[in-house]
Design a protein around this ligand. Structure first.
Ligand code: ZN
Length: 352
């Protein structure tokens, strides 16, 4: 019995010890399991990030990773727990976040390509993708205003505000045009712009409702918690039979992502982006906050960077719909959206 007990203790210590490691184009993520209640602290010195964990010390270990961003890590017992030292390669930056159920700490290390080619240059400008929904043959929702037109106007205003703050902006469309006559291809082309060379992705839409609803809501990718959200996803995914098919496809992705720790970490960043953009837009406009939700939107299903879909208001609401028709109100929406994006970009350490 004692022998078995010793083996279990040893395995659990090792289980705590070894982070799972994943790489994507331009980044490496290390995910550490955290025993519930255990504290940790993080310090950067030069190219090393030290993380001290409270709890069972691991056996000393040294692991060579040699990804483009991380050379490797080592662990050793320290008073009351253990310390992991992760060695970053030059020209990288990192951020952390904490996940719950089960509790984990994610260390995300990114390459900054400009820093690599020009060692003394400032950190490269973040690149934000703004996606004004619909356009061309697809006007989107129609009320006192047309969704495709207000989404484009708010995107163009937000672009100017972000550029004035040193942020690069890529638009999926810059005028009243579609990217493809096929809705699936159109959404696929927009989604492909949310690649890891960019920093974050914001799709801009407006709502319509049968009853008099109003307010702003922000979504990140995931399953819909009720039929209303599912119906909205079907509509934004092209509507009708096509919308149903693309929504089913997106729901399949949502199911697969549940067991993908690295994707879950990115979704947690998306949630932070959603919360910050919603808060800032509501503050700027005084609009009703309808909260942050998840839904299987096709355009953000495979995003490798924080990605959200913003519904800026209801085009058919007797008050809000008319407000969306004024440039003063759209300017306030853009101010809020830009401010929320800047707040997110400046929060290097995103903690829950
Ligand atoms: Zn839309």
């Amino acid at each position: 019995m004692r022998c078995i007990f010793a083996v279990i203790v040893c395995l659990s210590a090792l289980g705590f010890a070894q982070p799972s490691v994943g790489t994507e184009n331009g980044l490496t993520r290390l995910v550490f399991s955290l025993p519930s209640g255990a504290k940790f602290g993080l310090v950067r010195q030069g190219n090393e990030v030290s993380i001290r964990f409270q709890g069972t010390p691991p056996r000393s270990l040294r692991t060579l990773l040699n990804t483009p961003q991380v050379a490797g890590y080592r662990a050793a017992p320290s008073p009351g727990g253990s310390t992991y030292v992760v060695t970053l390669k030059t020209g990288t930056s990192y951020r952390t976040l904490e996940l719950s159920n089960p509790r984990r700490l994610v260390l995300e290390v990114r390459s900054s390509t400009a820093a690599r080619t020009r060692p003394r240059a400032k950190a490269p400008a973040p690149v934000v993708v703004l996606d004004p929904g619909h356009g061309g043959i697809d006007p989107g929702a129609i009320g006192f205003v047309q969704e495709a037109a207000v989404a484009l106007d708010v995107a163009l205003r937000t672009k100017r505000l972000l550029e004035a703050r040193g942020v690069q902006v890529v638009l999926t469309r810059a005028d009243n045009s579609h990217l493809s006559v096929s809705k699936a291809t159109d959404l696929g082309l927009r989604a492909a712009m949310a690649n890891s060379k960019r920093t974050l992705f914001v799709s801009i839409h407006a709502n319509a409702a049968e009853r008099a609803a109003q307010g702003i809501e922000v979504y990140y990718f995931g399953e819909a918690i009720d039929q209303r959200l599912l119906s909205k996803a079907i509509l934004e995914n092209g509507g009708g039979a096509l919308g149903q098919r693309l929504t089913q496809e997106a729901r399949g992705v949502a199911q697969r992502l549940m067991s993908d720790l690295l994707a879950q970490a990115n979704l947690k960043f998306s949630e932070q982006l959603a919360l910050k953009t919603l808060r800032a837009m509501v503050r700027e406009t005084g609009a009703v906050s309808r909260g942050v939700q998840t839904a299987p939107f096709y355009v953000i299903r495979n995003a490798r960077i924080p990605a959200v879909l913003v519904e800026i208001g209801f085009v058919n609401h007797p008050v809000e719909g008319k407000k969306l028709g004024t440039s003063a109100y759209r300017a306030r929406l853009a101010n809020g959206l830009a401010a929320g994006i800047i707040t997110f970009l400046n929060s290097g350490n995103v903690q829950r």
